[in-house]
Design a protein around this ligand. Structure first.
Ligand code: SF4
Length: 368
């Protein structure tokens, strides 16, 4: 780990100079680049958490168009914010964004916080986002540290500390601050992000044309694939959802997810979480959901293909089964504990009106 040696100043100088040269030669236009309005920078950073630039770009434009300032976002109903966010995933970000907008608009008099610590105090803002806003909006010397920066530093200095150990954060954070250009923190942070995202990529990095290569410890020792070091392999939890798409004339039934589980605040068809989808028969669904039996004229329809949705910690497989109910079905039929909180809406309007998890949007795309 050469960064603890007396050549640190030279190493820092070489790194900054070549990183800036690389950034100048590889411009990466994005709608929020060069933006100085902290509100828009914050919007872009929250959208880009766990989202690729190409995917986040149209969402940023939609949010700016709908909510051009923090008060507009604060005044919006939560359902509208979630609807606009639909398809982007990790909906806690949208709820936090909305809560923080209300806090800024109503408790801070609409004045955006302008220090790292005050930014960090906002709901949904961590060290990375606070550093990004502080540097981009206010040119404050705070280095961003995300997966890209960990990877670049781990390779450049051949750091053996596993990046998923708590101790790594302190070490990498100190190093990132050491490398940061305190006079041009915004340009430096932007260059680091772009470099990590497009040159020093997780697989097949562009070492051949990389200007940092002569001093990159991993590349010089042919060990690029060994960095960053990680010790844990994340086990994803497998879950299986069977959605019951009730068809009652033109109507269907939806409910809002309220528990502290994924997708809180979004809408869905009534759903049964099961141990497996493959051996699930309508008879067993009936026994669990309608122990007293279905109305005599009710008919099960098609079961859809399986839909897969992968989240950071969960691997979800879902199927949709239609249940056709005769018109005029006794309302008592819907007064079941598992249907509590659900409501009837026109099937064809549901997709337009409510925010759904991506999985259900994909089902609608094929079935409306
Ligand atoms: S030489 Fe390769 S591993 Fe080293 S910084 Fe450049 S792209 Fe990353």
């Amino acid at each position: 780990m050469r960064y603890f040696t007396s050549s640190m100043n030279n190493a820092t100088h070489f790194f900054r100079r070549h990183l800036f040269e690389w950034a100048a030669a590889n411009p990466r236009p994005m709608p929020w680049k060069g933006e100085k309005d902290p509100y828009k920078i914050w919007l872009s950073e929250i959208i880009l958490q766990q989202t690729r630039v190409e995917q986040g770009w149209p969402y940023f434009e939609k949010f700016v168009a709908h909510y051009p300032h923090v008060r507009a976002l604060a005044d919006a109903p939560e359902d509208d914010v979630l609807k606009l966010w639909e398809g982007l995933g990790y909906y806690t970000r949208a709820r936090n964004l909305h809560a923080a907008a209300k806090h800024i608009a109503y408790e801070l008099g609409g004045i955006f916080p302008n220090t790292f610590d005050a930014l960090l105090a906002l709901r949904g803002v961590g060290d990375y986002t606070a550093a990004a806003i502080a540097s981009f909006a206010y040119n404050l010397p705070h280095a961003v540290l995300d997966g890209n920066v960990y990877r670049v530093l781990a390779r450049y200095f051949a750091i053996e500390t596993p990046t998923d150990l708590p101790v790594a954060k302190k070490q990498f954070s100190a190093l990132a601050h050491e490398m940061l250009d305190p006079v041009h923190p915004a340009a430096f942070n932007q260059a680091m992000m772009d470099f990590g995202a497009t040159c020093c990529t997780p697989s097949q990095p562009g070492c051949g044309g990389c200007p940092l290569r002569p001093e990159c410890a991993a590349a010089c020792s042919n060990r690029v694939g060994e960095f960053p070091v990680r010790i844990k392999k994340m086990e994803k939890k497998k879950r299986f959802f069977m959605y019951v798409v009730i068809r009652h004339g033109e109507q269907t039934w939806l409910r809002k997810r309220a528990s502290n589980d994924i997708w809180r605040g979004l809408y869905e068809f009534p759903m049964l979480e099961v141990a497996q989808l493959a051996e699930l028969h309508t008879r067993s669904i009936e026994q669990v959901l309608w122990p007293d039996g279905l109305p005599p004229a009710a008919k099960w329809g098609n079961t859809s293909e399986y839909y897969r949705h992968i989240l950071t910690h969960q691997d979800i497989e879902a199927a949709f089964i239609e249940l056709h109910l005769p018109l005029g079905t006794d309302p008592a039929f819907f007064r079941l504990p598992w249907l509590e909180g659900s409501f009837e809406v026109p099937y064809l309007e549901a997709k337009k009106k409510f925010a759904f998890p991506r999985l259900i949007v994909r089902f609608f795309d094929k079935n409306v």
